[in-house]
Design a protein around this ligand. Structure first.
Ligand SMILES: Cc1cc2nc3c(=O)[nH]c(=O)nc-3n(C[C@H](O)[C@H](O)[C@H](O)COP(=O)(O)OP(=O)(O)OC[C@H]3O[C@@H](n4cnc5c(N)ncnc54)[C@H](O)[C@@H]3O)c2cc1C
Length: 498
């Protein structure tokens, strides 16, 4: 089993490895997959070195912010896949679903008590970013967390990039050395850790393991959880099996047209990978590998002549380069920001020029002002906006081009830029499968000027912030079918279970 690059490892609890422990514990909280997973690989490396079995603890609280059946079911579908993959290899997979707030307290510490070392996920956003520190206070064994988020390790750059162009330049100079240190595609196939010991009775009794398959088959099985929000489930299946199928179908059937059609909402030309990337079911490394294979790419194809340009560096087809610019540059901008700026989710983290121009226009008269509830119900005067909100509520997704418009109009039609930020965060994180992600903060703060420049002419409300209109979008893209499909027919979207 190859070693995980040191730059991806962080020791959160400095304690010696307990060589006489009973197992190595992988505490899976963000990278919920058995393949292309540096954290799993690192845990298995410890198993080899210590001659110990592996236990994978995959817990899920019931009161995480914006908790709801939609997200829970997606994760539980993934747990079922993970259980199958681990069982096949004789690894103990211990899924746990907290039945009520606080019930899971003590579970990690109980598993850690007999562990040689605990390995966790290093994820820079949402409540997950605080978990390792909190855990370190509860356990007395070594805790290491692993960055398996993207192609560029989060600690490879020592600055926060203000523009996509700056990160692209950096990537073009530095990415190849990190690509050479990719994760094992199937770490469970690379080694055979000793068979696990039985689950300790005190753990099984106090924190009974979830039965993901059974729960998914049960009618109303999720009704027992005290979720924060009533957000019904969607058709999109969770888990690494569905995620890999989505990836392969995209590469085979859609990639070729991606460059030309990705901005056409009615074309379904994008990958739809974001929920799988968000919940860690699919790794960016695996997506990259599939593309590189199809393009018969090797590092020799990389151009030495580019300096931050969007196309031409990889030496791949324009469609593949366009996709990688989203998957790598744009996606990893968010990881760079969230891992370095603890206040990345605050209004004050916007660039100074953006805050200044928005402040100068804060008192401009607004023709339309909607409340959170009106936005949520898709009850604005514009049926294209209402349709985008309808897609978000119904499917947990909005096409990227319309998502930009969706955000810009919330800025336009809210009583202030700060109110707009709160509304975007609430609606995106409440309904989007891929919400609560570093990309959520990139996209939402982009609406308010992050990663962008000042634009002229200066306009009301927006000031120098980039402006978008529904009429322009109607001219550029065909949206009639989209409006028919998603706009509420009787003026208001149905929410929750009503
Ligand atoms: C207001 C607003 C809110 C957004 N909220 C989120 C969010 O909560 N979660 C989220 O993952 N993305 C968010 N985005 C970015 C983008 O809209 C989605 O990543 C994309 O639409 C997902 O669809 P896809 O997987 O089919 O994308 P594809 O076009 O197939 O792209 C592949 C992957 O690249 C990444 N990517 C694509 N576009 C962007 C982008 N503009 N910025 C950053 N990464 C990108 C995503 O990981 C995506 O899955 C938001 C954008 C805006 C304007």
């Amino acid at each position: 089993m190859s070693q995980v690059p040191a730059i991806r490892l962080r020791t959160v609890k400095e304690a010696p490895v307990r060589r006489d422990g009973d197992w190595v514990l992988y505490w899976m909280t963000a990278q919920r997959r058995p393949r292309y997973n540096f954290a799993l690989q690192h845990a298995l490396h410890w198993c080899e070195e210590l001659g110990k079995p592996l236990v994978v603890l995959e817990p899920l609280r019931c009161d995480y912010p914006w908790s709801c059946e939609r997200f829970h079911r997606f994760v539980v579908q993934g747990m079922a896949d993970n259980a199958r993959a681990m069982d096949r290899k004789g690894v103990t997979h211990y899924p746990y679903l907290e039945p009520e707030p606080g019930a899971g307290r003590g579970l990690l510490a109980a598993w850690a008590e007999r562990a040689c070392v605990v390995v966790g996920d290093d994820y820079p956003a949402y409540f997950l970013r605080h978990l390792p520190r909190a855990a370190a206070r509860q356990i007395d064994v070594r805790l290491e967390v692993v960055d398996s988020n993207g192609l560029l390790p989060m600690r490879a750059a020592d600055r926060t990039f203000a523009r996509a162009y700056d990160l692209r330049r950096f990537l073009q100079k530095n990415l190849l050395e990190h690509l050479a240190e990719a994760p094992e595609s199937d770490p469970l196939d690379e080694t055979e850790p000793p068979r696990s010991k039985p689950v300790p009775d005190e753990i099984a009794e106090r924190w009974p393991a979830a039965e993901p398959r059974r729960l998914l088959d049960e009618k109303d099985g999720f009704a027992r959880f005290p979720f924060e929000n009533e957000v019904p489930t969607v058709e999109t299946l969770g888990g690494h099996v569905a995620g890999e199928e989505t990836l392969l179908a995209f590469v085979e059937e859609k990639l070729e047209a991606y460059g030309d059609q990705r901005n056409q909402p009615e074309r379904d030309a994008t990958s739809r990978l974001s929920p799988y990337l968000h919940f860690g079911c699919v790794s960016a490394h695996q997506a990259f590998d599939e593309i590189a294979d199809r393009e018969q790419w090797s590092p020799k194809k990389v151009s030495s002549k580019t300096a931050g340009q969007r196309e031409g560096w990889w030496g791949m087809s324009p469609a593949a380069e366009s996709f990688l610019d989203e998957l790598v540059t744009w996606r990893e901008l968010g990881f760079n920001m969230c891992s370095r700026e603890t206040r990345h989710d605050r209004y004050e983290s916007l660039p100074d020029w953006a805050q200044k121009t928005l402040a100068e226009h804060e008192d401009d008269e607004r023709e339309h002002v909607y409340t959170l509830e009106e936005f949520e119900r898709g009850a604005t005067h514009d049926d294209l906006w209402n349709a985008a909100q309808g897609q978000l509520v119904r499917e947990g997704y909005i096409h990227n081009y319309l998502r930009m418009l969706w955000g810009k109009k919330i800025l336009h039609w809210s009583e202030s830029p700060r109110a707009a930020l709160d509304i975007m965060l609430e609606l995106n994180n409440k309904y989007a499968l891929d919400g609560r992600d570093p990309n959520s903060y990139s996209g939402i703060f982009w609406v308010l000027g992050r990663y962008d420049r000042a634009w002229g002419p200066e306009r009301e409300i927006f000031g120098k912030i980039r402006y978008m209109t529904c009429d322009n979008t109607r001219r550029k893209c065909s949206v009639d079918g989209y409006i028919d499909e998603y706009a509420p027919s009787d003026g208001q979207l149905k929410l929750g279970f009503d």
